[in-house]
Structure formats: structure tokens, C-alpha cells
Design a protein around this ligand. Sequence first.
Ligand SMILES: [Zn+2]
Ligand SMILES: [Zn+2]
Length: 642
Amino acid sequence: MHVTLPDGTELTLDDGATGADAAAAIGAGLARAALAVKVDGELRDLARPLPDGARIEIVTARSPEALELIRHDAAHVLATAMLELYPGVRISIGPAIEDGFYYDFEFPEGVHFSEADFPAVEARMAEHIKAAEPFVREDVPVGEALERFVREDQPYKVELIEDLVRNEGVETVSLYTNGPFTDLCRGPHAPTTKTIRAFKLQSVAGAYWRGDSNRQMLTRVYGTAFLSKEELEQHLERLELARQRDHRRLGRELGLFQFSETSPGSAFWLPKGTHLFNTLVQLSREMGQKRGYTEVRTPVIYDAQLWKTSGHWDKYRENMFVTESEERELALKPMNCPGHCQLYKLQRFSYRDLPVRYSEPGPLHRNELSGTLHGLMRVRHFVQDDAHIFCTEEQVHDEVVGCLDFAFDTYRVFGFDVDIELSTRPEVRIGTDEMWDRSEAMLASALESRGLAYTVNEGDGAFYGPKIDLHMTDSLGRSWQIGTIQLDYNFPERFDLTYTGPDNQEHRVVMLHRALMGSYERFIGILIEHYAGEFPVWLAPVQAVVLPISDRHAEAAARVRDELVQAGVRVELDDRSESIGRRIREAELQKIPYMLVVGDREAEAGTVAVRRHGEGDLGTEPVAAFAQRVADDAPSRYTANR
Ligand SMILES: [Zn+2]
Ligand SMILES: [Zn+2]
């Protein structure tokens, strides 16, 4: 028989040869490193016979599939240890997930399992891993498998098999055995348990059997596994950093915002958080003004008719807050576009008026499920740095280039690295192929004219047009989509939006949607975690705190504060009778960029001793010089043509 390798070469093997045989035929080193085999794109055990004529690829520790494979292995080893340590425990399912794995258990009456029990379980798992127990697959008739799991009192496995019979009509199921443990499992698995070189149990949570709240509550044990100790340690370090930087935690500690059950998914912004919010809105406003944007204000609540015209009533109604008044159905806007279309339609435009660029930091509401809400990252009430451009087809190229320049100027202010994706026509779409060819080419040429590298995301465009998505990578290496520039032929059609051309005829206008920061709420959440709460000076809610060394410097310190307030510096005075060391420590914890110490010498000379957060002393300078230092850290410093 023959199989084809990724480089196209053909390999001749004995009939019935397995993935392990193929690896051995390629080389002894590969045979040792092999973990699994991809057969025509499907991951399989090395021990299974290969089909004649297949395209195969040997999977090793270096393959992207390796982590998922060993994490699934680790889930089985976890169940092995649990069955030994907790006789009578019932097992349900144990898949690999992003960043790790879990297994769900039902403990016998009276057993209270907690994270304190992890060391014992981990020690038992380590023994099984050290023993390099092979994973052995066996395909058995359904009846035999049912008999086995009934005998072992594993009702969840029995139910899973019964469902496989009912829904897929299977006659055999596969079992995997490692050491003393046998599980119902599709596989695949690595040859033995020893490829799990590093693992850790992480947390315990409740989880309903099959996610159904009417059924048994099980105990879910989460863990992670890696191919090396170093990778595991790096991963745990990143988790710890992320935990320390969690925007919900910092939001509370730095006094930025709160949440309350009286309005789930809507932030209550405290003065310092409101400052962040307003500063970003103002930044977007000023940058927009210089680029020909005009700000508009449109209603929050609209008759259902508008949402029927826009298509939201059909496609998006579940996510909208709907109400009624005087027997009319009304809904809160989940996005600004339909209101902007309505605003455009209320006027008349000629080709000379175009492009029209409307921006609006308007309040939006989306009825997200309460279980999916997450701090500022996923909310029900938010505001976007949203704008819509109405232009002629000929103007699209320049408008997209303008949006890209605006985007990069914005991201430069924050020092973000940006990745660009061009998302093209999805399967379900409106418009002709010719329209899509043209619009995709327009976005691509706009990107190319700025020399911007991008990846193409086939089929991920909106149903009404292609889009450019902008992703930033934060200081923890996580990627966030923040900006989007979308070409839209649909709304102009639905709302019948036109302009009068030079030929005195009405022509269809083209619409662009663009948001560069996305929602301010989420953007602030990302900034908090990216900066670990140490905002740049221009953005920091409090830029400096004045600290008199003792009571007799309080008056001079108050004068410094007043002078800085007049100079536009956001400054606080901390003249509490705590020691100077303690007040400095507290200011450091609040991550205030500058601490200005006033003692005898400073009081006499009208100066301040400047201390930078996280850096230490910068020396003494006149108050006016310090004010200038703060003023110099403006967003415009980071971008030339703001
Ligand atoms: Zn499994
Ligand atoms: Zn829009």
C-alpha cells in the first residue's frame, strides 16, 4: 500500500501498516517522537492501520495538535487517579479545552472534594505518568460496553452510549484503557501517558450534567498540561499576571467603576473612571474633527418599523430591549447605523456634499445573556467610537485609506502593535459576485496603498459586505479585536439612500461603518489590563499627588496644588498626618504617575521633589517646570498629524 507525506513523496508500506509503522519507515528519530498521525486531516492513534492511498502527517511534540492530544490524555489520567482515591466516584466526560482540560465527577454521598485535595490527586497522577502506561484502543459491540459500564455503576457512560445508539445508530463503540482505567472515548490518544511531561490541577467548579440545570450537578475539575515544565511554568506565570491585572479587580482597587445587580451588565462609573471615559471620547472627537467628521446625536429608542427596515427585527430581536407605548412597539438601539441612515434620509444630498462622515458616541444596549456578562469586556450598556461614512463608489478607496490612517494614529497613541485581517464574502450573503469582487478589491487596494500587511480571513465578512478587522496584542501577549472598517451596500438599499449626481439623477450611496476603539467600556477594560492600571500621564485620572513632609509644609503644599490646578494638571493633595513613607507607598499602590514631595527646601524655593511611579526620584524642579513636563505628555506627542 501507499501513503503520501506532506511534502508530496509517496511511501510504500506493507498492507495493514499503522501510523507507527509509517513513522518508523521515515526514520527512527521520528518513530520515537511520534505522538499520533493525521490521516487525510483527521487525527488518529499511531497504532491504527492506515487506509491505502491516504495523505498522512506524523504528529510530534512540535505539531500544533500535540497540546490538545496530551491534555485529553491528562483528563484520562485524572479520572484514573480519582477512581482509585475515591471509590464509587462516577465519571461523566473529560475533554481537552483551550488552555487545558477538565473531567466531571459525581462524588459518593459524604465526600466533599476541594482544591485542598489536589496534591494527593496530582501525586497519584504523577505515578501513572511515570509508569508510561500505554493507551490501548479497543472497538467493542455496544452491548458489551453497556454491560461493562452498568457493572461498574457508571450511569453517565451508559447514557452516553445509549444516545450514540439512538442518534448515530452505532453498533460498536471505542474504549481506551490506560493502566487500570478504561473509558468510553472516541480518541485519539498518544501512545503512552509519559508524554504528559508537565501538568497541574487548577480549580473546581460545579457543572450540570449536559449543561442542563434540571439534571445532576457534577463537580468539574480543571487542569492543564504541557509538553515541558518550562512551558507550564510560563503559562502559570501569565495566569498570575493576568489575575493581578484583571480589570475588575483593578477597577475596584483604583476606584474606577462598580457594577450593581440593579442594572446587570452596565457599569457605574466613579469620577476617576468617568475621567478615562471622557478623555477617550474627547480624543476620538478631536481626532475626528481634524479628519472631517461631524458629530451627530440620534435617538436611543425607535419604532419597530425602523428595525424592520434595517433587518434587526428579523435577525437580532432577541438581543434587543423591546418595549411598547401607545400600542406601538419600540426598541432600544443596539447599534447606531439605522439611526444614522434615518438621519441621512431626512436630508437631501448632492454629489458635492459627499462624503458625509457622521460620528456619535451614543448609548447602545444589547440584551446579552446574564451568564455571558464579564466586567467591562461584555456588557449590556455601552458606547462606541462609532462613525458612518456615506460616499460615492469612487470615494470608497480614499475613505478606507482615511479610516486606516485614523486607526493607526489612534493606536500609536497607545503604543499598540496591530494585526490586520481582511474578511471576505461569507457563504450567506447579499449582492452579486461582481459586487463582492469589486468591494473586496477596494479594501485590499486601500491596505496595499498604505503598504500594510494583512491576512485574508476567507468567508468571515458580514453578509452585507467585506470588512477590515484590526487586532492589537496586549502586554500579556493576548490578541483583541478592537477596530473594524466595513463596507456596506445593504443599508443604503434597505433605507433607499441616494444622492443627486452631476447628471441630476439619483444614485445609490455607499456606506462605511467604522469603529476604531470599539466600545469605550471594553477598550478601557483592555487598557486597564494592558497597562496594569499604570495609565500614561495624559490619560491618568490623577496625574500627581502633592505630599508635604510634615504639618509645617502643608501650606506650601496647598499652594503647589493650587498652582498646578491652574496649569491644568489633575492633582491631589495628601496632607494626612501619616508618615511620608506610608503616603508614598499608598500613592504607588494607586499607580499615580507623579508624587511631589514638599519639605523645607522645596517650600522655600517654590519647587517640588519629583518622584515617578515605579521609577523613583527624578530630582527637584520648579512647579512651572513640572506643569510643563505633564503638559508635554499629550496624545499629540505620539502622533504627528493628530
Ligand atoms: Zn477521552
Ligand atoms: Zn454601523
